[in-house]
Ligand binder design. Structure first.
Ligand SMILES: Cc1cc2nc3c(=O)[nH]c(=O)nc-3n(C[C@H](O)[C@H](O)[C@H](O)COP(=O)(O)OP(=O)(O)OC[C@H]3O[C@@H](n4cnc5c(N)ncnc54)[C@H](O)[C@@H]3O)c2cc1C
Length: 403
């Protein structure tokens, strides 16, 4: 048993970081630990709701809440600051608000956009990775629709979505729900709107059965979305995407271009640790990094393996696993402070639901496939549960989705 008051530093207040801190403040007394949480913004944003902001069905303010609302300021010091460097050996983290030293570090800096080196993608496409980027994507679509009234250029009504993965499909689902309203507001015929989704893989949503995927495709196609599967995007430019079809390059033109196909862990990971791939570091089964039993990496910056040996694969990075990792990290920190052995992390996969706007969806919950209204309902339950798990009833009452 240690009687020394340990300095615990948590970087990032996303699902992983906030789950760690809210659990730690329950498990540890002020005498045991001095806990500091550092995050870029004063607020937490629900990353899993960002596609709603990007499509215009949710104001960005509705998907965020002040971090101060969920941390116990008697036990946790919250510092709004941007982390610029992690010095693991000297146990110091640098930020734009000064240096912070630590005995125990939890790195949960989350994800950023990844363009896989596709020429022009960072410059010409909007992304859905933060409230700011989601607002920008929405503003871009609106600006082009408004512009159409004077330009009469059909490209202003064309929207290109790069990627038919989970985020791409959820975004398209919201878009086909909100665009008719936008068209009405600006006197535009919805039939003149062209939404094209380009995906490099020949299939989409590999986490779901063919039947569920077909439900999503039918839903979106019926509302005007055109899919170009098995089509690689080779560049983005001021006209749209350049794609490769049958070895021939083609320009697809659209004024609104949204890239949803790639995320990676924080770039700070490569700068701070060895063996990091696309911002993710493989962690031990107690969630610490190799050689540092005082440093945990969790959430989208971690590759948590689903077993051992050469067949082991990292679990997909999701909010669901990020929250479980946060809670487990808090438990392991408590165990280590008590002088006990840390426990291995065991993932409890409760399923996945992909929304198609507010009234439809597809999913697998507790091993059972669902689609349509039940899936849309379950998605709202999952979203509300995430808020409740971190902020309790009071937060769920104001931020939960009850309609
Ligand atoms: C549109 C969309 C829909 C999604 N839908 C689902 C879903 O339905 N289900 C699901 O399970 N997952 C979903 N995901 C994935 C999920 O959002 C992520 O896996 C999850 O957010 C990871 O949590 P995290 O805590 O690791 O990181 P994040 O949520 O990214 O949080 C990281 C935090 O660190 C802060 N930060 C970053 N860099 C710095 C810095 N240098 N200094 C200080 N602070 C910093 C950020 O501002 C942020 O607050 C979705 C993602 C997107 C984009």
């Amino acid at each position: 048993m240690s009687f020394e008051r340990k300095k615990i530093l948590v970087l990032g207040a996303g699902y992983a970081g906030l789950s760690t801190v809210t659990k730690l403040q329950k498990l540890l007394s002020v005498q045991e630990a001095d806990i500091t949480l550092i995050n870029k913004n004063e607020y937490h944003y629900e990353s899993t709701w960002l596609h709603e902001t990007a499509a215009g069905s949710m104001n960005w303010e509705d998907g965020v809440y002040p971090i101060a609302k969920v941390v116990d300021n008697m036990k946790v010091r919250f510092v709004p600051a941007e982390v610029t460097k992690i010095d693991r050996d000297n146990k110091v983290v640098q930020t734009n608000q000064g240096e912070f030293d630590f005995d125990i570090l939890v790195v949960s800096l989350g994800f950023e956009s990844e363009s896989f080196g596709i020429e022009g993608m960072d410059e010409y496409a909007e992304t859905i990775v933060s409230p700011q980027s989601a607002v920008k994507a929405r503003e871009e679509i609106e600006k082009n629709f408004i512009n159409y009234k004077t330009s009469q250029d059909k490209r202003d009504l064309a929207i290109l979505v790069g990627g038919a993965g989970f985020t791409g499909v959820e975004f398209l689902g919201e878009l086909v729900e909100t665009l008719p309203e936008l068209c009405k507001a600006h006197g535009i015929d919805y039939n003149d709107v062209k939404i094209t989704c380009v995906e490099a893989m020949p299939t989409m949503l590999p986490m779901f059965s063919d039947e569920l995927t077909q439900h999503a495709v039918d839903f979106l196609e019926k509302r005007g979305v055109e899919f170009m599967l098995g089509t690689a995007i080779v560049a983005a430019n001021d006209k749209g995407f350049v794609v490769k079809v049958n070895d021939q390059e083609q320009q697809i033109e659209a004024s609104s271009v949204i890239w949803t196909a790639g995320v990676r862990g924080s770039k700070l990971m490569e700068e701070s640790f060895e063996g990091v791939k696309r911002g993710r570091i493989v962690v031990n089964n107690d969630l610490t990094i190799d050689g540092y039993d005082n440093i945990y990496a969790i959430g989208d910056v971690a590759a948590v393996m689903n077993g051992t040996g050469k067949d082991a694969r990292p679990y997909p990075t999701t909010a669901q696993i990020a929250m479980q990792l946060g809670e487990h990290t808090a438990k392991n920190i408590k165990l280590s402070l008590d002088g006990d052995k840390k426990e291995p992390f065991v993932y409890d996969d409760k399923g996945t639901v992909c929304s198609l706007g507010s009234k439809d969806g597809i999913g697998v919950v507790m091993g059972k496939e669902i689609k349509g209204k039940p899936a849309a309902f379950m998605k709202k339950v999952i979203d509300t549960r995430a808020v409740f798990k971190i902020g309790g009833l009071a937060l769920a009452a104001t931020k939960g989705k009850f309609m």
